[in-house]
Design a protein around this ligand. Structure first.
Ligand code: ATP
Ligand code: ZN
Length: 287
């Protein structure tokens, strides 16, 4: 094995797959994925990718079979393997929640006392129950947890939720959040210093891509008398760039703004007299 190449474990197919491979592509790392191959190498970065079931990723990374992995925090927590969480990645956001039949009363964790709860996350659920001093029976099942109460297999379930529509269609309601999750980059607990260097290079690229995702590039035309007011609204990387327009009395202002602030800022900018507002995505942002 080449000691300078790093191995990254990704989910083979499922909810994490597309965003994970997309992120790697945005880092400028070319992969030639061929059919159902388990391992793929990059020709332009010292990186090999292993495609696995998401449940197996913590084990492979903690054992050092893979140096890095992209997996949900929910799986990291459930498996309890020794891995280092290096970077939250902002996709596959969901929560592990307890849900009960819609009509049932619920007045806090104590309402679960003596109940049977079906889950594919027994360790996380036990942790939650212990933390709240609740004695309940944990019934571990494989998949389709949401049907369990309807067929009399359990009183409640503990499962992943994002919008809650699956719960709704099964007559269930979410009552407690056990944990919040998103995809994270994890690394093996002991990497050689040579590999560590490659990991740093990959991280540098990853962070540039992630930072750019949260930001937008904005261009607007502003009457000169409003430039101060507008630049105060737009902090930018350092401060906004201001150019004079060919038409006298007007300037063009360029800045970077946070995605979350966006609509709110646009309103304020229009009120300050800004016109011809253009907003574009940023591909990479180097700090
Ligand atoms: P595998 O065959 O790899 O074991 P799986 O069926 O266990 O796949 P997926 O359903 O693809 O897994 O989910 C993978 C991960 O995506 C979950 O562990 C979780 O982190 C995240 N996830 C699950 N459900 C949702 C959801 N409803 N919304 C967003 N992210 C989710
Ligand atoms: Zn899985």
């Amino acid at each position: 094995m080449d000691s300078k190449r790093i191995t990254l474990a990704l989910q083979k197919s499922g909810r994490l797959s597309e965003d994970s491979t997309d992120l790697i592509a945005r880092c400028g790392i070319e992969l030639r994925r061929q059919g159902g191959r388990l391992k793929v190498s990059s020709g332009n970065f010292p990186l090999d990718i292993l495609f696995l079931r998401d449940d197996d990723i913590p084990e492979y990374v903690s054992d050092g079979v893979a140096d890095l992995g992209i997996v949900g925090q929910n799986i990291v927590r459930e498996k309890g393997r020794e891995v280092r969480v290096v970077e939250p990645l902002g996709f596959s956001r969901c929560r592990l929640s307890i849900a009960i039949p819609k009509a049932e009363e619920f007045s806090g964790p104590a309402s679960l006392e003596g109940k049977t709860i079906a889950t594919t996350y027994p360790n996380s659920l036990r942790g939650y129950l212990d933390e709240h001093g609740v004695r309940a029976q944990v019934r571990e099942i494989q998949g389709s947890t949401e049907v369990a109460p309807g067929i009399g297999l359990a009183d409640a379930i503990c499962d992943l939720v994002s919008t809650g529509s699956t719960l709704l269609t099964h007559g269930l309601r979410e009552v407690e959040v056990v944990l919040h999750s998103e995809a994270v980059l994890v690394s093996s607990p002991d990497l050689s210093s040579e590999k560590q260097k490659q990991v740093e290079e990959l991280l540098f690229r990853l962070r540039s891509v992630l930072r750019a995702r949260e930001s937008k590039y904005i261009l607007l035309n502003v009457p000169n008398e409003s430039v101060d007011q507008v630049t105060a609204l737009l902090p930018g990387l350092r401060s906004p760039t201001v150019f004079p327009l060919a038409e006298s009395g007007w300037s063009s202002v360029h800045a970077v703004i946070e995605e979350g602030d966006f609509w709110h800022k646009i309103d304020e900018l229009k009120r300050a007299g800004a016109e011809g507002i253009l907003v574009s995505p940023i591909e990479k942002m180097i700090a």
